[in-house]
Design a protein around this ligand. Sequence first.
Ligand code: SF4
Length: 596
Amino acid sequence: MKKIVRIDMSDLSVKTEPLPEKWARYGGRALTDAIVFSEVPPSADPLGPENKLVFAPGILGGTTAPNGGRLSAGAKSPLTGGIKESNSGGQAAHALAKLGIAALVIEGAPADKDARYLIKIAPDGSVEIKRVDEWAGAGNYAVADGIKQTMGDVKRYATISIGPAGEMGMKMAGIAVSDPDGYPNRFLGRGGLGAVMGSKGVKAIVLVDEGLPTIEHADRDAFNAAVKKFAAALREHAVTGQGLPTYGTNVLANIINEAGGYPTRNFSSGRFELVENISGERQREVTLERGGNVKHGCHTGCVIQCSRYWVDKDGTYITKGPEYESMWSLGADCGIGDIDDVAALDRACGDIGIDTIETGVMLGVYMDSGRLAFGDGKGALRLLEEEVRKGTDLGRVLGDGAEATGTAFGVKRIPVVKHQGLPAYDPRPIQGIGVTYATSPMGADHTAGYSITANVLNVGGTVDPLKPDGQAELSKGLQIATGMLDSMGLCIFVAFAVLDIPEAFDAIFEMATAHTGQTWDADALMELGKETLAMERLYNEAVGFKPEDDRLPRFFYEEKLPPHDAVFSVSDADLDSVFDFVPETAAKMGISKPGA
Ligand code: SF4
């Protein structure tokens, strides 16, 4: 029987309850949404005791489903003000699922604001909560070392932790999750969820799954057959079988630059003249020269294996990746073309506990104010280490992200939607991703509906990226599908194979059926995606978001972006059509507003 474990940080009490029947078909994003939708008032202070931080593995978490170990975290976001789900790789989702935990809910807040707690869940399900005040201000890597000293072999457990930014309540604070080697380098990055964890006084969570088996299936043979089919499709597709395993996510740098959609120097150009220096090809070459690792999974059971470790000239581990988004945000968007400078910034973000996308966009905006030169990698690192990490007055402004920084320093071009910084694809020459940025309940988020597939990569069809036609439909379908994948706990990269190989899509509902014993089919998968989005939209409406919030900043409609001289031209009516299914879905679910 799956359970929900609730830890109230007001009195350190622990409650365990069975997963209610109404949520029996939910996991990951759908489940974090359902709990936040039902239990967190839309008027709640994101950093107050009414907010709840929910961690949930997907429906396929803890199994051998390929790429099925994503962890979802949900809460009311301090950055966007709306509902937030952020998901990450790492070992924690498998550990939670093996512990039989469908959702871990951190509630309340300690009266003593200086208290720092470590929560440890043992294989028998017992929960220990102890003070670790001596870890106040520590970076994620020091916390990981501290845990290792008492726990020993990193294969015994998984960790979830925050750095100093989360403790200080910064709006770009994220939550680190340990990878199979114990490095705290996978990130629940977006939306300031690290600040929510900090407001609860929780510095780290240790999930001990040593000795626990992978979880049982309703029909083991059918499950294994579906796993085989899914893995074969992932190996067969060019992107998931070759591109990502060879070059990592940064395989995209040259491709997106070539398409003219690689935002450069705070979204003032679509091509970066130094892209070769920070491309996936260069990254692989240097990593191999230095003896780093260029292919592994961020959690056990990953078939694609896009992850890699960056090492310094002596071969010492610095950080993971850096991933495409981080290499772009801390590189091209800041005009920085030195790959070691970008890796140093990535390491600083991971240790301080801040989202690399929001940090890079913030730095680009700050550079645009004239206070730091574009291209000054060392200066950017100084800002992170001396201002943000230490929480100086300037550091607190920067730590609240791109919009806070741009507003404080009078910058005109602030690339945010719903207060969240835009990721690594300019929406003017790649219009479909602009629809996702504008309309996603998450704020600007490429993963919410990754239209780069059909706009650039010719995966799942082709939609001309420079024209507005068909972009709303494309984004809508992808946002629904992503809601489903995030709820299953599947890595978004499986979508490449799922969109092109029918057997891959079938394998998802076959795995879900064989694992849970419930009936899943293609329609049920899409309903799950729609229900997820319906809860998010209704929550945000109750918070006060209006159609005007589903728009890009004005400059995307007015400033022509070289080299295509494109502006964003999808109409407001098209943007407003993306969530036209919500009333019908909500009626079927019997919900109309949060708390229901
Ligand atoms: S494909 Fe990459 S991001 Fe996805 S699970 Fe594997 S290593 Fe993690």
